[in-house]
Design a protein around this ligand. Structure first.
Ligand code: FDA
Length: 372
């Protein structure tokens, strides 16, 4: 059979960048993906003309000009700016916490008034915050904590804020300007028509095998290429020889509704403690859609067990130490490299994955070619 320069295990964003760079250098790639579509977690499924972010809402934002030029050179981005709203028992507040939020909450107008209220409420906590509740109140005061932080955080972690360590919350951003733009990055948007066009461009020219788990045909597939770039979970590659890494996951309930505009915003956070889901996403608003129907997805935090999608690594001491042992094994592999959010057991935003893949290509693969 045909022999390839690279076998790319996993058809997500990380390997998409490798495929694209390899293609530019005239190198050949074979992609093996266990799902029935390429794209990894940025894949969008089309329903009634609406691009549904099936594996979680994806908003592209970056401060890295090179990364922005790279992706926007491949596909056109729209002017979507993430401005989620919070729903607390039917009361609507703008996020992130800013003058629009404070004005609605307290009927005030000036930054001075907002500062005074928050300052007086922060004083409730004296000394070092002993848990997440105290940490949050010491930063944003009691009202914002009670209505916008408490229930949401409790649902996310499955425990009361009083029983969570203060360290989970580093800094809750508070803005004393009227500004609902969630991100501070200068570049932001969503590819027009969703992410699938980007994925198609990145993997253009590659041979692709779908619905195939590399680990079940490891020897045979690896034999087809000079080098293997593996973006699956690193512990599964080594047959869990040191034990299993842990993940946090989410469960999505997607619904097609017979109305054109359900909630008027792409992202609505449910910040009360009673609504069982944390967020409701209305996908058409990511793309300024005008379709007759709409698709909404409720997001439920869930305990991760075998067979579920591993979404977020749990970078606590135990899991970090376990990952370090797998990483050591990984470095001993001669022709296999590990990359991406599962291969490196690291939470990466899309722009950081692109940065990391470009760096990896330049340092590990491109240089190796030069040495040969
Ligand atoms: P990714 O997981 O996408 O791809 C890995 C691929 O490998 C998968 O397709 C998998 O099926 C395949 N695979 C695994 N094992 C295999 C095997 N044994 N054989 C064959 N194939 C195998 N970022 C951002 O910038 N803005 C945002 O708004 C969000 N939102 C967001 C929401 C949620 C819920 C999550 C989990 C993540 C985000 N992200 C994000 C992060 C973003 O999803 C992430 O940066 C990239 O998708 C990571 O791309 P990778 O290629 O590393 O992994």
């Amino acid at each position: 059979g045909k022999h390839y320069d690279y076998l790319l295990v996993g058809g997500g964003l990380f390997n998409g960048i490798i495929a694209h760079e390899a293609g530019k250098q005239g190198k050949s790639c074979l992609v093996v993906e266990k799902r029935s579509v390429l794209g990894g977690n940025i894949h969008c499924r089309e329903v009634e003309g609406i691009m549904v972010h099936e594996y979680g809402a994806h908003i592209f934002h970056t401060s890295n000009r090179e990364v922005w030029d790279y992706v926007s050179g491949l596909v056109e981005f729209n002017h979507y700016i993430n401005s989620p709203v919070a729903n607390y028992h039917g009361e609507i507040y703008n996020l992130p916490f800013n003058m629009n939020t404070f004005s609605k909450m307290w009927g005030i107008r000036t930054p001075q008034e907002a500062r005074e209220i928050i300052e007086s409420q922060r004083k409730v906590v004296s000394g070092e915050p002993k848990n997440l509740e105290e940490q949050a109140i010491s930063q944003v005061g009691t009202d914002v904590y009670e209505k916008l932080v408490k229930g949401y955080t409790m649902k996310q972690w499955g425990r009361e804020c009083k029983d969570l360590p203060a360290s989970i919350i580093k800094r809750l951003p508070v803005r004393y300007i009227y500004d609902n733009n969630y991100f501070n990055d200068p570049y932001q948007g969503i590819p027009k028509g969703g992410y699938n066009g980007l994925i198609e461009k990145l993997y253009d020219g590659c041979d692709v095998i779908l619905d195939t788990d590399y680990l079940e045909e490891k020897e045979e597939l690896s034999g087809m290429a000079d080098q293997v770039i593996y973006t699956g979970t690193i512990d599964s590659y080594f047959d869990y020889c040191y034990g299993k890494l842990e993940y946090r996951t989410l469960r999505f309930e997607h619904e097609l509704l017979n109305e054109s505009n359900h909630q008027g915003v792409a992202v609505m956070n449910y910040t009360d403690g009673e609504t069982p889901y944390t967020r409701k996403i209305e996908h058409k608003h990511f793309d300024f859609g005008t379709q007759e129907k709409t698709v909404v997805s409720k997001e439920y935090p869930a305990e991760w067990t075998d067979g579920m999608e591993p979404y977020y690594p749990v970078n606590d001491e135990k899991n970090s130490a376990l990952y370090a042992r797998y990483q050591e094994l990984g470095e001993k592999e001669e022709k296999v490299f590990f990359g991406g959010r599962l291969g490196e057991y690291k939470y990466y935003d899309m722009d950081k994955v692109i940065e990391s893949a470009l760096k990896f290509w330049r340092e590990k693969l491109q240089d190796k070619e030069k040495q040969d």
